[in-house]
Design a binder for this molecule. Structure first.
Ligand code: MF3
Ligand code: CO
Length: 256
């Protein structure tokens, strides 16, 4: 269901999204080679708690037979891992890694969703360009996140930009509406046709999230039922914010 948020609901979205951004700030300050992804996850969980929120990802039930509820507070995906990497006490972050952290804070019944790909230590020029392009793809997309446009306009802008830079977008996962539910309608693919899809209206809150692969678009799911990796082993990056559609320019709620 597509939801249009009331004034009061928008204030609650603002508040939880600010916490999501502050949690990313805590991660950015803490991340370093030699730590485990579980340690980083704990830092994120502590930050959310400090600001009066909880993780909406922890215990999240995807509703797929045989897949257990998500066990951690954040998703941490390194290098060729695209999304949904499960934090582990055995997984060490190393110099040169690109580390995608995707987190959803929940407070007062509303969700704020954002992902960043962090550069750890000495990262190659190629990897940096991938990460920068993924971030820019988000900003290319939200140029079209305006009253009267259609969802396909956002999708098209993201897909075309990524392709123009020589990279691929992931096709099996997409952005989404967000509010009381982490995933609401509409789905927002990172590729598509302009002029297609739902008309964009003020009061919509949307999570726009390009997932970009250096090589071919194909992905695989690991046996843990969660972790998504690139099939060709090339690097992948993720950049996501929750935005608010207004009468004019969109407001990015998960940037401080
Ligand atoms: N934050 C992710 C999203 O955008 C969802 C994470 S899946 C979960 O869409 F299981 F970790 F919650
Ligand atoms: Co999302």
């Amino acid at each position: 269901m597509v939801t249009i948020k009331s004034k009061r609901e928008i204030e609650l979205m603002r508040e939880v999204c600010k916490i999501t951004a502050l949690t990313h700030k805590a991660i950015e300050e803490a991340i370093k080679p030699g730590m485990t992804t579980q340690e980083l996850d704990q830092i994120a969980e502590n930050a959310m708690k400090k600001y009066g929120a909880i993780s909406a990802e922890k215990g999240y039930d995807p509703g797929i037979r045989g897949v257990p509820p998500y066990p951690a507070a954040t998703c941490i995906s390194i290098n060729d891992e695209v999304i949904h990497g499960v934090p582990s006490s055995k997984r060490y972050i190393q110099d040169g890694d690109i580390v995608s952290v995707d987190l959803v804070a929940l407070k007062n019944g509303f969700n704020g969703d954002a992902a960043r790909t962090y550069l750890v230590g000495n990262v190659s020029k190629d990897a940096k360009r991938l990460v920068e392009t993924t971030k820019q793809a988000f900003f290319e997309g939200i140029k079209y996140a305006k009253k009267g446009n259609r969802i396909g306009d956002i999708s098209h802008a993201i897909g075309e930009y990524v392709q123009s830079q020589g990279y691929s977008v992931v096709r099996e996962f997409q952005g989404h509406g967000i509010g009381k539910e982490m995933h609401e309608d509409p789905g927002i693919p990172n590729y598509g046709k302009s002029g297609k899809g739902l008309r964009i209206e003020p009061g919509m809150t949307l999570a726009i999230e390009p997932m970009v692969i250096q090589g071919k678009h194909n992905i695989l799911e690991l046996d843990d039922g969660w972790t998504i990796v690139t099939e060709d082993g090339s690097l992948s990056a993720h950049y996501e914010n929750t935005i608010l559609i207004t009468e004019n320019e969109p407001e990015v709620l998960t940037i401080l």
